[in-house]
Design a protein around this ligand. Sequence first.
Ligand SMILES: Nc1nc2c(ncn2[C@@H]2O[C@H](COP(=O)(O)OP(=O)(O)OP(=O)(O)O)[C@@H](O)[C@H]2O)c(=O)[nH]1
Ligand SMILES: [Zn+2]
Length: 364
Amino acid sequence: MSLTPSITEQLSRARADLRMGLPVVLFTPGGGAALAAAAETLDPARLADLRALGRPVLAVTARRAATLKARAYDGDLARIALPEEAGAIWLAHMADPADDLVAPLKGPHVTLRGGDATLHRAALRLAKSARLLPAAVLVETADDGPAFAARHGLTPVDVAAAAPVLEGPVHMDEVISARVPLMVSEAGRVHVFRPDDGAEEHYAVEIGKPPRDAPVLARLHSACFTGDLLGSLKCDCGPQLRAALAAMGEAGAGVLLYLNQEGRGIGLANKMRAYSLQDQGFDTVEANHRLGFEDDERDFRIGAEILARMGFGKVRLLTNNPAKVAMMRDHGIAVTERVPLKVGLNPLNAKYLDTKAKKSGHIL
Ligand SMILES: Nc1nc2c(ncn2[C@@H]2O[C@H](COP(=O)(O)OP(=O)(O)OP(=O)(O)O)[C@@H](O)[C@H]2O)c(=O)[nH]1
Ligand SMILES: [Zn+2]
């Protein structure tokens, strides 16, 4: 029936539920089912309810497990049995490395081996896509997943159906575009693109009337609230944003995608967590890992999709990041030239830029 939510819509609901602290019901058809909640938002009352249903397990990524010194028998993740006395505070400390140094968690942690980690993997993937810390509490239930969910008004997610949606390309539609005269060019136009998975909208700023059959001067700019808006000296994002627009104004044509992938795709709250770890002495990559994330969690297919939707197939890409060039090529956009964008170096971001050059392959 068309009134029934699609798997994409169910996933979008599940993300909102996790952010509010509600568990969702993950299941594989004909296989197991589990209630899953994000460790970061789960309150003590709901944790007690989960405990009443079975033995809770905390799933963390292998990155987080490495810091916790927990064995990741599942390769990419670890399933840690919740000790009897573990409450919401224990969970918060396991999920969030903020206090790792001042109050290290006492192990040893009992991690599960054998069995199936499919539901745990899906829970972590969902938590990441909800821009939460990748740590989830799961309790398996012998009940039928969808029936259990219906009884309690919870969102059921068929993880077998969800996998290709979570890993697949995002579909995007243009909602509207309107003329916005800019300082760099009066011929500015802002386009708003809305993904069909309920996630954040992304924007394209078109300068002039770039012909669609020639390489366009383009920038894929990832949102940086602190750098772009506040003028943070910790990164080079603000100067890069303004220099890219200025270059397009000067050339009379160009397209800047403003992608809402704050913090290289981990969201602003997690980026601030990473910043707080950086104040403890970790670099930008180490901080991401301690939080349980990879170095870069952005999905560059979003940028490729928007360019394609606008009719652009060839770009002269303003970037210092060769991975972006490779990613565009992988997703059907020809990069005829990489145009360096070296601006905004200051004494406070020199180490950050140096780390990006050494660990992330950026060309300084
Ligand atoms: N997780 C995390 N994200 C950061 C940090 N500093 C900046 N960012 C984010 O990084 C993104 C910008 O990415 P960069 O790696 O600076 O640059 P790039 O876009 O890969 O490459 P360029 O095209 O050369 O700018 C923005 O989303 C910022 O919010 C940090 O320390 N940690
Ligand atoms: Zn920045």
